[in-house]
Design a protein around this ligand. Structure first.
Ligand SMILES: Cc1cc2nc3c(=O)[nH]c(=O)nc-3n(C[C@H](O)[C@H](O)[C@H](O)COP(=O)(O)OP(=O)(O)OC[C@H]3O[C@@H](n4cnc5c(N)ncnc54)[C@H](O)[C@@H]3O)c2cc1C
Length: 371
């Protein structure tokens, strides 16, 4: 049941964006900046964005040494360089638009732990530095001299530094996007699950009355990432769940700073406020089990991360975990996001993989161009 007032004022827009993650909000903001007169709404099924954008680890990364080497197994050097450039420029763009303080951005570098499994990557470091030289003008990767100061477990043979990586506060980034939407008069409806998109009509489930509300929009941007198959069953996209855990404050002051990668980037850890460890990942231990849209915790992964904390990250101190959560990413056969027009007035921007912090804003720019 729709009221006279709701019908008169709430249902028609120039652009409706579906999904209020990084990509959805970035698209709405950039469209409004380009077309200031337009009426824009974002429809989000959760109270908060309920996918990956508020669940991630906040790494402002563009590829560790072993990740880039992995990419080179599937892509040409030109393609890999283009991908790194896109990610790095994406990070630059959000820093410029929102400012480091607003994002809680910290320029402490990225680090990769090298064990016997990855040691051969060191032979390729010069080649990768050379490949990235046109982009950065200097070496990106270097081997740390004194690895004992980190206090890592014995299996860590080397630590490779990436001086251009950083980290941000995920919550602050989403707050900055919310604030910008509000400032620009973009309406954000939460609890608005889109059931069907029928040409320019969008059917939404009303969570209180269970009525179906029909919105109408001249243009539509679908930014539902891992959940896009509902609208496009044929898309090459599958969900990948990620687990993150945060410890209680540690007794000894954490001796290192920065964003750390382990096991080709499948595991990541950093410090968060209050001398706490944030550690996440391990999806590669159970790829099939983690190919899911449900937000549960896989106990196998929890035990693995706890064990890694004890054996590799802090072999000399007791760490107790206080929080854990999961988020859902979107993957496909390639690492490239899907950013395309699906009809004259509808675009889709999904499959952001594990680097949406770096490329989410840029995905919005490209979607606005397509619109
Ligand atoms: C555990 C974890 C750690 C990560 N760590 C990092 C990191 O350190 N650095 C990094 O760069 N990236 C990281 N990522 C990846 C990054 O978070 C994502 O690439 C990025 O958030 C994707 O943004 P998005 O807007 O495309 O998707 P999402 O944030 O998933 O947004 C999609 C939105 O669509 C909504 N939605 C879905 N279906 C509907 C519907 N039918 N109706 C209405 N709304 C709907 C969802 O609720 C969701 O809010 C991580 C992800 C996870 C899960």
């Amino acid at each position: 049941m729709i009221s006279y007032w709701e019908k008169a004022h709430f249902l028609k827009y120039d652009l409706i964006v579906i999904g209020a993650g990084i990509v959805g909000m970035s698209t709405a903001i950039q469209y409004k900046l380009k077309f200031p007169q337009s009426r824009i709404a974002i429809l989000e099924r959760g109270v908060f964005p309920s996918g990956a954008s508020t669940k991630n680890a906040g790494f402002a990364c563009f590829g560790s040494l072993t990740e880039i080497l992995d990419d080179l197994n599937m892509m040409s050097e030109e393609e890999v360089l283009a991908l790194v450039e896109k990610r790095y420029q994406g990070l630059h763009a959000i820093r410029k638009v929102f400012g480091d303080e607003t994002l809680g951005y910290q320029d402490k570098g990225g680090f990769e732990l090298i064990t016997s499994q990855e040691v051969s990557a060191l032979d390729q470091m010069n080649r990768i530095n050379k490949l990235l030289m046109p982009l950065f003008g200097e070496d990106v990767f270097s081997v740390e001299k004194d690895i004992y100061r980190y206090g890592f477990g014995k299996e860590v043979l080397q630590v490779v530094k990436n001086k251009f990586e950083g980290e941000l506060d995920t919550g602050k980034y989403i707050l900055a996007l919310w604030d910008k939407c509000q400032q620009l008069g973009i309406r954000l409806h939460s609890g608005a699950e889109v059931l069907i998109i029928d040409d320019n009509q969008i059917h939404v489930k009303e969570p209180v009355t269970y009525d179906v509300i029909r919105f109408e929009s001249a243009k539509i941007a679908i930014c539902t990432n891992a959940f896009a198959k509902r609208f496009f069953p044929e898309l090459d996209i599958f969900p990948g769940r990620g687990l993150v855990m945060v410890s209680k404050p540690l007794q000894s002051k954490i001796a290192w700073k920065g964003a750390f990668h382990y096991d080709k980037g499948y595991v990541y850890f950093r410090e968060v406020e209050g001398n706490r460890l944030l550690i996440g990942g391990g999806r590669n231990l159970d790829f099939e089990g983690e190919r899911t849209e449900t937000f549960e915790v896989n106990s196998l992964l929890r035990s693995y991360l706890e064990k890694l904390t004890r054996s590799v990250v802090f072999p000399d101190q007791k760490v107790e975990f206080e929080m854990e959560w999961t988020g859902i990413m979107a993957f496909g056969e390639t690492k490239k996001p899907i950013i395309q027009k699906v009809s004259a007035n509808t675009v889709v921007g999904v499959r952001l993989g594990g680097m949406g912090v770096a490329i989410g804003w840029q995905a919005g720019t490209e979607l606005v161009d397509l619109l």
